[in-house]
Design a protein around this ligand. Structure first.
Ligand SMILES: Nc1nc2c(c(=O)[nH]1)N[C@H]1C(S)=C(S)[C@@H](COP(=O)(O)O)O[C@H]1N2
Ligand SMILES: [Mo]
Length: 253
């Protein structure tokens, strides 16, 4: 059963069954902000099912022979920010990733420093909400390793990704919870299909969060911020498309 189909079923089940699961306790049940975002929609049940029974599950990984011959780009493919363009012209030699917010040790990590950290390579399927999929190979540093280096403060609950590109002057942004942030397949990727991450796919660094739909995979990531609440981020729903067209924040597949 495809992820999308399963998700639709979960949303349907949400009409009848939420009481069953809402009784279980976890830290998120106590988070009014998250409840406000998703309560009353199937998204809430989907979120709880994933967190209760599937929080450690791995997304399927594929054989090199299954990789898509072409992997299309989508959304922005070349940020118009002068800062990003200068870095691109310089091969991102002077670029660095900012890691800040609710962390003990804010960091600025160059591409060389990120590449010197533990690396993970995975061949996964990307599912865009618009109805296309592609299988590609991604190499990067586990987000968990970056967050461990910066040492999250106890109040941190969500990780926000701030991007170099914009739509109509608003920079792209996305966010995930700490379960997805610490998941072994959640990486900040600097490589794709054996080479450097191409500009169109988010150079120099993009998020891969393999159990989520495509729009969660922030490209052109400049800054990773740890926050306690999503209410103060953008329009308050945790991501650019969530805020502008109402996409689910928890786009679990
Ligand atoms: N910064 C940024 N990240 C983004 C987007 C974007 O426009 N800007 N588009 C999203 C969408 S909808 C999809 S499907 C994927 C596309 O990734 P790709 O271009 O590598 O195929 O990136 C996601 N991340
Ligand atoms: Mo997408």
């Amino acid at each position: 059963m495809s992820g999308l189909t399963r998700r639709r079923l979960l949303q349907g089940a949400g009409l009848a069954a939420p009481g069953l699961l809402l009784g279980a306790s976890d830290a998120l049940a106590a988070s009014p902000s998250l409840r406000d975002i998703v309560l009353g929609s199937g998204e809430w049940l989907s979120y709880r099912v994933h967190r209760l029974i599937g929080s450690g599950a791995l997304a399927r990984e594929f054989d090199p022979s299954e990789m898509s011959p072409t992997f299309r780009t989508n959304g922005n493919t070349r940020p118009r920010s002068p800062e990003w363009r200068r870095h691109a012209d310089e091969g991102f030699a002077a670029w660095s990733l900012q890691v800040d917010g609710l962390v003990e040790a804010p960091l600025a990590l160059s591409l060389a420093e990120l590449k010197a950290m533990p690396a993970r390579t995975q061949i996964t399927r990307h599912d865009c909400v618009e109805g296309w999929s592609a299988i590609g190979q991604w190499t990067g540093v586990p987000l968990a390793a970056v967050l461990a280096a910066a040492r999250l403060k106890p109040g941190a609950r969500y990780i926000v990704f701030h991007c170099a590109d914009d739509f109509g002057g608003t920079a792209y942004y996305e966010s995930i919870d700490l379960v997805d942030a610490m998941h072994p397949q959640t990486i900040l990727a600097y490589g794709m299909n054996g080479g450097d991450l191409p500009a169109g796919h988010g150079a120099p660094l993009r998020l891969r969060v393999e159990r989520q739909l495509g729009y969660k995979h922030a490209k052109f990531v400049m800054r990773v911020e740890a926050v306690a609440l999503l209410g103060a981020v953008g329009g308050g729903k945790g991501g650019f498309w969530e805020d502008t067209v109402g996409y689910d924040w928890y786009a679990g597949i």
